[in-house]
Design a protein around this ligand. Structure first.
Ligand code: GTP
Ligand code: MG
Length: 263
């Protein structure tokens, strides 16, 4: 059994800027013609696998992520600025599911492994198993064309411009599976949680009564010299004699440390 870290976020790509409706107005230039610029495209949202990140914790604090909108076009043939893309870093090993049907075809980027989960209406958008892999999850809306774009021999003064298109929005469910390297087992109150709190940044509840810990805790020990080197330690609830028969909290938590290299 692996530990699962999970979060649900909403990502919104930027709206395209609206195209401009404008005419050249200058002394001695009668009927100067249309000169409205195009709106800029909205920014897109990308996910990037970052090997320095270890948990999805931050995504529980902030849930909505938006890329910038494109700027509207202006007169004098000025096109609007493109909205900045948003790149979200996720821990390597994160599975990304899209909930519901994503608007448009955002899901068809190169790194996307298409998968179907008929039961829940979820779709696997990406498996960020390779460090630095980049996946497009919400495409920015196209900017609208300015009226200059619509001039022709038969329509010399187009009095309209296109609005910008909305950006794609998609709800993502992020799932990270962590396999601990070492497991801590011992009697209640033996100091297991105290140990993990000293060697890692984990801050489990510690108290001088048995069964303080009621769900497993994970701590990550990081090598100060080489942060890429790390060890994940699992702290599980204490075991007492007869746990196999249901005494104390039972022994079902042992499955969390079943596949660790050390106990
Ligand atoms: N004297 C002494 N006390 C310790 C030591 N380590 C932990 N304690 C104390 O022992 C008590 C229990 O510590 P925990 O870390 O909560 O023990 P635990 O094994 O996680 O306990 P459960 O979660 O209930 O199974 C706390 O009051 C700690 O302050 C130690 O090395 N020496
Ligand atoms: Mg404990």
């Amino acid at each position: 059994m692996r530990f699962v870290d999970e979060a649900r976020i909403l990502v919104k790509a930027g709206k395209g800027g609206r195209g401009c409706m404008s005419f050249r107005r200058e002394k001695f230039v009668p009927k100067g013609g249309p000169d409205g610029g195009d709106g800029g495209n909205g920014g897109s949202v990308y996910l990037r696998a970052d090997s320095r990140l270890l948990s999805l914790y931050d995504f529980r604090l902030k849930r909505v992520y938006e890329a910038q909108n494109g700027q509207p076009g202006r007169g004098g043939q000025c096109d609007g600025k493109k909205g900045a893309d948003l790149v979200l870093g996720l821990p390597v090993g994160t599975l990304v599911f899209a909930e519901g049907v994503p608007s448009g075809e955002a899901a068809e980027g190169e790194d996307c492994a298409a998968g179907e989960d008929a039961g829940s209406g979820e779709r696997l958008l990406a498996d960020l198993s390779e460090p630095e892999s980049l996946v497009l999850v919400a495409r920015g809306g196209r900017g609208g064309k300015g009226n200059e774009h619509f001039k022709s021999s038969t329509m010399r003064a187009p009095r309209f411009a296109q609005p910008g298109e909305p950006g794609e929005e998609v709800t993502l469910r992020l799932e990270l599976k962590i396999l601990a390297d070492a497991g801590l087992i011992g009697l209640p109150n033996a100091g297991k949680s105290t140990f993990i709190s000293r060697v890692s940044a984990a801050r489990p509840k510690i108290a001088d009564y048995p069964f303080t810990t009621i769900t497993p805790n994970l701590g990550v020990m990081i090598d100060e010299v080489d942060p890429e080197k790390r060890m994940i330690i699992a702290d599980i609830p204490g075991l007492i004699e007869g746990a196999h028969a249901g005494l104390g909290l039972g022994h079902r938590f042992l499955r969390h440390v079943e596949r660790t290299r050390f106990l």
